[in-house]
Design a protein around this ligand. Structure first.
Ligand code: HEM
Ligand code: HEM
Length: 187
């Protein structure tokens, strides 16, 4: 049994898993949609990508606010200094990427030629980033930035999952089970 302050809040756990699933879906979906030949389906998938991307941006801002106001549980005592540093860098990196990846996607649609409006889930019109100029050069640049940042998320993901599995199966500590409470014996 862990004391209450050793736990992530329910909200932190829900936000972690909802955002994680959405981000993995965005990366796979983003790669598939850009490889598709032009068609009405491709257009619909682009609109869905933009819609879920904006949802990720908004949820990540909520999550960041929650993180600043709710302290996470401490890392296990036995961890070495470089492991602590690695965990911290990965988590801070993820928080930054969860904001800048969707922002870079939003810039892509705001500088692309021609203009294609964004309508979230076919209901809510979403504006472009103000004061940006549409040029072919800016479009190519920001598409590359968005792609590189998304690849950085994917690489960080493998590092993060590898570390979580090491904690669980090698160190046999509570780091994974406190993020997935149903894995806890007796839960
Ligand atoms: C965490 C959120 C997001 C992730 C992980 C993500 C990921 C990706 C990936 C992997 C691609 C394919 C890149 C390539 O192969 O060149 C892509 C393309 C794209 N994304 Fe996102 N995206 C996110 C959010 C957004 C948002 C919020 C928007 C716009 C509002 C957006 C707009 C686009 C567009 C327009 C493309 C096509 C770019 C091209 O044609 O090269 N994305 N995204
Ligand atoms: C793209 C997907 C993911 C993102 C963006 C992400 C992001 C994060 C972030 C930012 C934290 C730090 C939480 C905080 O201190 O406030 C965290 C913690 C954690 N994540 Fe993920 N995560 C993802 C996927 C996963 C997956 C698939 C697993 C499981 C295999 C996982 C397991 C964990 C665990 C166990 C912790 C707790 C670490 C600790 O207590 O120090 N995450 N994640």
């Amino acid at each position: 049994m862990f004391a209450a302050e050793q736990q992530y809040t329910r909200v932190a756990i829900w936000l972690h898993w909802v955002v994680a699933v959405l981000i993995v879906g965005q990366i796979i979906g983003g790669k598939i949609m850009t490889a598709m030949a032009g068609s009405p389906t491709k257009y619909e998938i682009f609109q869905l990508h933009k819609s879920f991307g904006v949802v990720i941006l908004l949820l990540s801002l909520v999550r960041l606010g929650w993180r600043f106001t709710h302290k996470p549980p401490a890392l296990p005592d036995g961890m070495k200094t470089y492991e602590r540093l690695g965990a911290r860098l990965t988590h801070v990196g993820f928080y930054v990427l969860m904001i800048v990846v969707p922002l870079s996607g939003w810039i892509v649609v705001s500088v692309s030629t021609p203009k294609i409006s964004t309508e979230l889930f076919k209901i809510i019109p979403w504006p472009d980033v103000p004061f940006l100029t549409r040029t072919d050069g800016a479009e190519v640049l920001w598409k590359n930035v968005h792609n590189c940042l998304a690849i950085t998320v994917a690489l960080t993901f493998f590092l993060h999952v590898g570390a979580a599995l090491k904690h669980h199966f090698v160190n046999k500590d509570d780091v994974l089970t406190r993020m997935i409470p149903i894995l806890k014996p007796g839960a």
